[in-house]
Ligand binder design. Structure first.
Ligand SMILES: NC(=O)c1ccc[n+]([C@@H]2O[C@H](COP(=O)([O-])OP(=O)(O)OC[C@H]3O[C@@H](n4cnc5c(N)ncnc54)[C@H](O)[C@@H]3O)[C@@H](O)[C@H]2O)c1
Length: 327
């Protein structure tokens, strides 16, 4: 059984490609390499260099590789930047989804797993976010992901046999292999790790939030665990099992920025006292989600603790720079 992974050369997509391989499914990666790297795609997996907005190329990929389903991961993921670049964000995430669905229709592919995001909730007013929490995205990015979910629901209503599921991610971190790392210049893990590798002191933005240690609390999950749940989602769709429309891949417990910094110091053996900077506008104090529904239906298990998350991210980033993995 063959699955097309759009964004398969990106941080999360490349992990999903490996998880599909491990499960004996045949992944095909499609990526325009705007942020992804061809070397993230393992040997033996076809990489089609194309844009998801090129409907003809996506259709060709689906038919030439006899694809059974699509895991649509490709997208523009920077919520902050999306405020300044709404049209770009909508073209990548909304028009991109329309194009993928047109290609699926043309090639008679009936199953789609979608990389959605916690940003569909905006700033939740509950301690723990569940899937039925109000949807109030606060950026073009969050809006574009929610529209992606609506497009899937509408296509499902309009198309006999078509089925989809949206997986809402929170803070995805770590590496399941030293060959793939998070390339994002905006995410906490790469920012802290790159600061230490450059000899700079990592910074905490805001220590006066209403949280136990005053720093923001987020829901960190390991990318390898996340990838396994995509395989479970693909297999459930293929088997015709009933699924909810959307799942939170959440940890149920949060970690503060200060706790992440402590874990980084411990794992790397580099003692540092973070610099304290002002709050960043728009950062909510706490976002933590429950993953119970995904645990029930999608083999969602937190197999890695924070030390694993930090250690694997540190190793993969060092490996990418050709640095020793033992020091
Ligand atoms: N990383 C996170 O914590 C997080 C959280 C929530 C949601 N997400 C979503 O998960 C998905 C993957 O995120 P990631 O962290 O792996 O980011 P990433 O930038 O590493 O991966 C995105 C991949 O998609 C490719 N791509 C982008 N636009 C494309 C296009 N128009 N056509 C073809 N390929 C294209 C990129 O080259 C890259 O390989 C995104 O859709 C993102 O919105 C990520």
């Amino acid at each position: 059984m063959s699955w097309l992974v759009t964004g398969g050369a990106g941080y999360i997509g490349a992990h999903i490609v490996r998880a599909l391989q491990n499960a004996g499914l045949e992944p095909v990666a499609l990526d325009n390499l705007v942020t992804g790297l061809a070397r993230f795609v393992p040997a033996g997996v076809p990489l089609i260099e194309a844009d998801v907005n090129d409907t003809t190329a996506v259709t060709r990929a689906l038919t030439e590789h006899a694809v059974d389903g699509i895991i649509h991961v490709a997208g523009f993921k920077y919520a902050g930047v999306s405020v300044e670049r709404p049209l770009h964000t909508y073209r990548e995430n909304v028009t991109g989804m329309v194009s993928v669905l047109e290609a699926a229709q043309e090639a008679d592919v009936q199953k789609v797993v979608f990389s959605s995001s916690a940003s569909v909730y905006g700033t939740p007013d509950t301690e723990i976010v569940t899937e039925d929490a109000p949807l109030h995205p606060e950026s073009p990015y969050g809006e574009s992901k929610l529209i992606g979910e609506w497009l899937l629901a509408d296509q499902e209503r309009a198309t006999e046999g078509f089925r989809s599921v949206s997986l809402r991610y929170f803070n995805v971190v770590g590496s399941g292999t030293d060959e793939v790392w998070d390339v994002s210049p905006h995410n906490l893990f790469p920012i802290v790790i790159d600061a230490l590798l450059d000899g700079r002191t990592p910074r905490i933005n805001g220590i006066d939030y209403p949280t136990p240690d005053g720093t923001c609390v987020r829901d960190y999950v390991h990318v390898g665990d996340l990838a396994i749940s995509h395989v479970a989602a693909a297999q459930a769709l293929a088997a015709g099992k009933p699924l909810a429309r959307a799942y939170n891949l959440g940890s149920g417990t949060g970690l503060s920025v200060r706790q992440i910094m402590d874990a980084v110091a411990q794992v790397t053996g580099i003692g540092f006292t973070p610099e304290i900077a002002p709050r960043r506008p728009g950062d909510p104090a706490r976002i933590v989600a429950r993953g119970d529904l995904a645990a029930r239906d999608l083999d969602w298990v937190m197999r890695h603790d924070v030390a694993d998350m930090v250690a694997s991210a540190w190793r993969a980033r060092r490996a990418s720079l050709g640095l020793s993995l033992t020091s």
